[in-house]
Design a binder for this molecule. Structure first.
Ligand code: BYC
Length: 330
């Protein structure tokens, strides 16, 4: 597949013949499924693309703690509270592995944070929506983690070693998260009519934003062709969105809930669902910072960064002291 992509000179992707010898050798290693490690030579564009994607992925994990964290104190039972706490903690862990993977490419964690706080780096659009009821925690686990897994399983085969290895562990944890979300939805649909209504309302609000997580349509995706040629992405945004719809619609049917899309219809010829058009205007508005919670999320991250200043200074002072003692002892 990569070889084909690389041969196609469409969409600005260079063919093997057009490459300088060093770049061609690099591309041939990718085509042969050899992992690229941090200290090896790589084209500057490959490095930049990875820093952009991995850091944005890391920011998403960190910002993603906020909508769910909102329900930790209000989870309906002690067991649900413990599970939610553990899940939110897992997201923090994912953010840390991903920041470490990006650091191997020569960018510091402080620089990445600065890019997030200045608005230069994005994070997933999905986390700019509010969590209004407990059912939203179920819908996030089921749909948001479900979409994340669909996107991230192929990233385990990413050509860059540290990202690929981080994704293996992350995917294991995400599948547990997805099941806990579905479990909350199962409980609600089997509960009172009000609880079932709450589950339906959460599906209504989270369905379309979950489809937006896969990014713009293939015709509008600026990075896909090159990222696929480099083996960073294995599938296009539309391919993964379709797979997600095909996997999730039967799960909604099993729950007895209606997917809020009047155009959703099984296509027997394609053995796949046809579905309605995503509201791309809403997607781009959220990306521009105009979603329901963008300002709140950024304010929370800025506050966390400012409140943590004394701790970062303490750590640095401790490291300097240890270094001085070590040098004195030598
Ligand atoms: N939100 O050319 P395209 C999770 C941006 S799950 C915001 O297709 P690419 C979690 C894109 O960055 C979520 N921005 O780009 C789950 C680009 O802008 P820049 C995180 C988006 O990179 C549960 C522009 O639109 N997952 O963490 O080839 C609990 C053009 O797009 C979005 C990942 O990040 C969006 N939805 O493809 C807790 C997975 N979509 O950068 C946490 C890794 C697109 O040029 N990332 N944009 O300014 C990817 O797989 C890819 O980066 C994407 C986009 C599929 C997201």
């Amino acid at each position: 597949m990569y070889a084909q992509m690389v041969k196609s000179t469409g969409e600005g992707v260079k063919s093997l013949e057009e490459m300088e010898p060093q770049e061609r050798a690099f591309q041939e290693r990718i085509n042969a499924d050899v992992k690229i490690e941090p200290k090896e030579w790589m084209p500057e564009g490959y490095r930049k693309t990875l820093i952009r994607q991995i850091s944005q992925h890391a920011h998403s994990e960190i910002v993603g703690q906020l909508p769910e964290g909102n329900w930790i104190t209000r989870a309906p039972t002690l067991e649900r509270k413990m599970i939610l706490l553990a899940k939110v903690q897992d997201e923090a862990g994912h953010g840390l592995y991903l920041y470490c993977a990006a650091e191997t490419l020569g960018v510091s964690r402080d620089e990445m944070t600065e890019q997030l706080l200045s608005g230069k780096a994005k994070y997933s659009s999905i986390f700019n929506y509010p969590t209004l009821t407990w059912a939203d925690i179920g819908a996030i686990g089921w749909l948001v983690d479900g979409a994340a897994i669909m996107n991230q399983v192929p990233l385990q085969r990413c050509s860059f070693g540290p990202y690929s290895r981080a994704m293996i562990r992350i995917c294991k944890e995400e599948s547990f998260h997805q099941r806990q979300g579905y479990d909350i939805m199962m409980k609600l649909v089997k509960g009172t009519p009000e609880q079932k209504e709450m589950a339906q309302d959460a599906l209504n609000r989270w369905w379309w934003p979950s489809l937006m997580m896969f990014g713009p349509s293939d015709t509008d995706s600026v990075h896909s062709a090159q990222s696929m040629a480099w083996g960073i992405k294995q599938n296009s945004n539309d391919e993964l969105r379709q797979k997600f719809v095909d996997q999730t619609v039967p799960q909604a049917e099993y729950l007895g809930l209606n997917v809020p899309d009047p155009d959703l219809k099984w296509n027997d010829e394609r053995k796949s669902y046809d579905f309605g058009e995503v509201d791309w205007n809403e997607f781009y508005e959220v990306l521009k910072g105009n979603g329901p919670c963008n300002a709140e999320r950024m304010a929370a991250r800025r506050k966390a960064w400012d409140d943590g200043a004394w701790f970062r200074e303490g750590l640095m002072a401790h490291a300097r002291k240890k270094e001085t003692r070590k040098m004195a002892a030598e």
